[in-house]
Design a protein around this ligand. Structure first.
Ligand code: UD1
Length: 362
C-alpha cells in the first residue's frame, strides 16, 4: 500500500509526524512525504522537520507565496503531475491550509482515495479562508479523521456518510505529548531571563487581525497596555511582520513587550508550558494551551475548536480589546479559566489513524 502525505504550512508538520511514524510500523506500507512549499522560510518549515524528527520531504513542489488563487492553482498543477506519476493508493492531507484543499481537489478528480486528518472542525465563518478549505476538503474526502465529537456532528449534518467518519483524537497533541520532555530542556526560558507564570505569550497572524491596519493598531496598542501588567513575549509570523512594518506609528517594543522572530517547535512549547497566559488567534495554540492547562485568550470572533472553550482553558474575546484587557486582569488575579483535557487527546491519535487505514485496506 502506497501512501502519500501532503503538507505545506507550519501547522501541518506537527500533524503529519505521528501519522507517518505510526504507519511506518506496518509491513507492506510505503510512504512518501510531499511538501508543497507553501511555507519555505527555514524558521517556518525546516526547523520543524528537524525538531519533529520528520524525514526530508521526498518531493518539494516549491510553490511559495501568492494570492489564494495563484497558490492553490500552482499546488494543484504541480501535485497533479506527482500524483499521476506516483499513483498512490491513498493520500493524506492535514488541517485547513491552502495546501490541504488544493491537494484534495486534485485527488478527487483523479479518483485517488483521500484521507483528511483533522476533519469536521467548523467556525461557521465563511470569511475565513480556512473554513472554505475545511468544508471543501471534507466533502470530497473518503476517510474523515476527527479530533473531537463536535467534528462528527458537523460532518453528519453536512451529509457525510457515518462510515467515512472516524473519531480518533488530536494528532497535534500526539506531537506535544511526545516532545514535552525534550521541550522542557530548551534554553530559551533562561536565555530570555523569564520567571515561571510571570509572562504572557502572544501569537497573531490571522488576516482578520493583522491585514487591517485599524485592527492591528488597536491590538498592538492593547498589548502595550497589557505589558505594563505582565511582560509579553511575541514571536512574529512573517505575515504579521510585513504588516507591522507598514504601520505609520512605529511600534515601541520595549523590555516588557518583546518582539521575536518565529520560534521553532521546542522553544515555543517551552514558553507555553510556563506562561501565565496565552493571547492568540491560532487554532493549534488554542488546543495546546488547553492540554497544558494554560489560560488562553483568543482574539477572534469564533473558533472551529469549541471544545477548547467547553472543556478547556480557552476564552473567546473577539476583537474587543477592552474585553481582552479585562480577561488578562482576571487571570492575573488568579481567576483564569480552569479546564480539563478532552477525550482522546492522549498522544495516540496517530496510532488510531494508522490502524483504521491498514485494516480498511485488508
Ligand atoms: C497559513 C494558513 C493558515 C495557518 C498559517 C500558519 C492558509 C489559507 N492559511 O497562513 O491557516 O494558520 O499558515 O502559519 O493556508 N511568508 C513568508 N515565509 C514563509 C511563509 C509565508 O515570508 O515561509 C509570508 C509571505 O509574505 C506570504 C505570507 O507570509 O505571502 C502568508 O503566507 P501564506 O502561506 O499565504 O499564509 P499564512 O498567513 O502563513
Amino acid at each position: 500500500m502506497k501512501i502519500i502525505h501532503v503538507v505545506g504550512a507550519r501547522p501541518n508538520f506537527m500533524k503529519v509526524a505521528p501519522v507517518l511514524k505510526s504507519l511506518s510500523k506496518f509491513n507492506g506500507v510505503s510512504q512518501l512525504l510531499v511538501h508543497t512549499g507553501q511555507h519555505y522560510d527555514a524558521n517556518m518549515s525546516e526547523v520543524f522537520f528537524q525538531q519533529l524528527g520528520l524525514p526530508e520531504p521526498d518531493i518539494n513542489l516549491e510553490v511559495g507565496s501568492g494570492s489564494h488563487a495563484v497558490q492553490t492553482a500552482q499546488i494543484m498543477m504541480s501535485w497533479e503531475e506527482v500524483a499521476l506519476r506516483e499513483r498512490p493508493d491513498l493520500v493524506l492531507v492535514y488541517g485547513d491550509v491552502n495546501s490541504t484543499v488544493a491537494t484534495a481537489l486534485v485527488c478527487a478528480k483523479l479518483q485517488i482515495p483521500l484521507g483528511h486528518v483533522e476533519a469536521g472542525l467548523r467556525s461557521f465563518d465563511r470569511t475565513m479562508p480556512e473554513e472554505i478549505n475545511r468544508l471543501l476538503t471534507d466533502q470530497i474526502a473518503d476517510f474523515l479523521f476527527t479530533p473531537s465529537e463536535d467534528g462528527n456532528v458537523n460532518l453528519l449534518r453536512e451529509g457525510v456518510p457515518a462510515e467515512k467518519i472516524h473519531l480518533v483524537g488530536n494528532v497535534m497533541i500526539d506531537t506535544l505529548v511526545r516532545l514535552l520532555p525534550i521541550a522542557r530542556g530548551s534554553q530559551i526560558f533562561n536565555d530570555l531571563n523569564l520567571r515561571s507564570k510571570n509572562y504572557g505569550l502572544v501569537t497573531l497572524h490571522r488576516p482578520s487581525n493583522v491585514d487591517d491596519t485599524a485592527s492591528l493598531t488597536a491590538i498592538m496598542t492593547a498589548l502595550q497596555g497589557i505589558s505594563r501588567d505582565i511582560p509579553l513575549i511575541f514571536p512574529i509570523h512573517p505575515r504579521t511582520r510585513a504588516r507591522l512594518d507598514t504601520l505609520d506609528k512605529p511600534l515601541s517594543a520595549n523590555g516588557r513587550l518583546r518582539l521575536l522572530e518565529p520560534l521553532g517547535y521546542l522553544d515555543f512549547l517551552r514558553l507555553q508550558i510556563d506562561a501565565a497566559l496565552v493571547i492568540t488567534d491560532s487554532g493549534g495554540i488554542q488546543e495546546e494551551s488547553t492540554f497544558l492547562g494554560v489560560p488562553c485568550l483568543t482574539v477572534r470572533e469564533n473558533t472551529e475548536r469549541p471544545i477548547t472553550v467547553e472543556m478547556g482553558t480557552n476564552v473567546i474575546v473577539g476583537q474587543d480589546m477592552d474585553h481582552l484587557s479585562a480577561e488578562v486582569l482576571r487571570i492575573l488575579e488568579g481567576k483564569g479559566k480552569a479546564g480539563t483535557i478532552p477525550p482522546l487527546w492522549d498522544g495516540r491519535a496517530g496510532e488510531r489513524i494508522a490502524e483504521i487505514i491498514v485494516h480498511f485496506k485488508q
